[in-house]
Ligand binder design. Structure first.
Ligand SMILES: [Ca+2]
Length: 309
């Protein structure tokens, strides 16, 4: 293992070292999905004392292999200290797809080993709070034996990440699905908010024109949904909407992220904080126009965001 052997604090004293090794392992699905791992640790009164990112893409020359060993040492050899370690994995698109946290400590003069698993069942469950980690697909206490009951000694805020893949249409319509009537949807380079490309949707009375993308969500969690819209002669309005899906796959609630943009408008941002309803496990963010109100006109969309707050 290279690159990740970083000490929490400089070791003091010359007897048997007080040392805790966190051993991070990952399930096969996680391993196949990850491009990199970011590990951060903090201690009470110390702030963040470790922040490192390593390549874990299997088969690449500098890939770090699982299991990883992260050695931590207490400042001043003070075995009464505790730490929080947050390990987050990102995929090739830069999305955080897995996170695991451990709250642990030290025993004076002893070498401890604590296990931290990046569970396959925890893929896309990155929303556990400061005291928790994902285990078997749900949030459970992050403090492990013999440190149960120890609260988080410090805060590590999860990486702020857009859950959407290709949110600015720079890879054309990759990862986006289209409405059955997709004839009015295309990628343009002429009317763009960010980057080199944006989505154009030409309205039609013949059918809804929209594109969308599915994300996993955690019920009762707030999500920031936003994006940029420009229009030309859109009667009913171009909008960003969110449909919520339950564990049985049923779509059971729709929300609109901000007001529709009507008429002719330059780029305008629409934003909303939407709380995932009880029972929601997934959501679809959609953008477009609706046939019943939009018989003509063109709308453009770019730089969409769907992230947990
Ligand atoms: Ca763009």
């Amino acid at each position: 293992m290279r690159g990740l052997v970083l000490a929490l604090m400089v070791l003091a004293g010359c007897d048997a070292p007080t040392e805790t090794i966190v051993i991070v392992d990952a399930g096969l699905v996680v391993r196949a999905s990850l491009a990199s791992i970011r590990a951060r640790a903090c201690g009470a009164g110390l702030g963040v004392v470790l922040d490192t990112t390593v390549n874990v893409r299997a088969g690449t020359p500098d890939a770090t292999a699982f299991p990883m060993r992260i050695p931590l040492y207490p400042q001043d050899d003070d075995a009464g200290r505790t730490f929080a370690l947050l390990v987050e994995g990102t995929d090739d698109a830069g999305r955080t797809v897995i996170a695991a946290r451990i709250i642990g400590g030290f025993e004076h003069g002893k070498h401890l080993e604590l296990a931290l698993a990046l569970d396959d069942a925890c893929m896309d469950h990155t929303g556990c709070n400061m005291e928790q980690t994902c285990h078997g697909g749900s949030c459970e206490p992050a403090a492990v034996a013999p440190f149960e009951g120890v609260g988080a000694p410090c805060e590590l805020t999860p990486i702020d990440t857009d859950l959407l893949v290709n949110p600015g249409f720079e890879q054309d319509l990759t990862s986006w699905w289209q409405s059955p009537d997709s004839s009015g949807n295309r990628i343009v380079t002429t009317t763009v908010h960010g980057g080199a490309k944006a989505l154009e949707v030409a309205s039609s009375p013949a059918g809804d024109r929209n594109v969308g993308q599915h994300v996993s969500v955690i019920a009762a969690s707030p999500y920031r949904v936003s994006g940029w819209i420009s229009t030309n002669g859109v009667a009913g309005g171009a909008r960003i909407y969110v449909s919520w899906q339950d564990a049985a796959g049923a779509w059971f609630q729709n929300d609109v992220a901000g007001a529709a943009v009507t008429g002719t408008s330059g780029w305008i941002e629409r934003t909303a904080t939407l709380t995932a309803p009880t029972g929601a496990v997934g959501a679809a963010l959609g953008v477009g126009t609706h046939a019943e109100v939009d018989s003509a006109g063109t709308a453009w969309f770019d730089d969409l965001v769907f992230r947990r707050e």
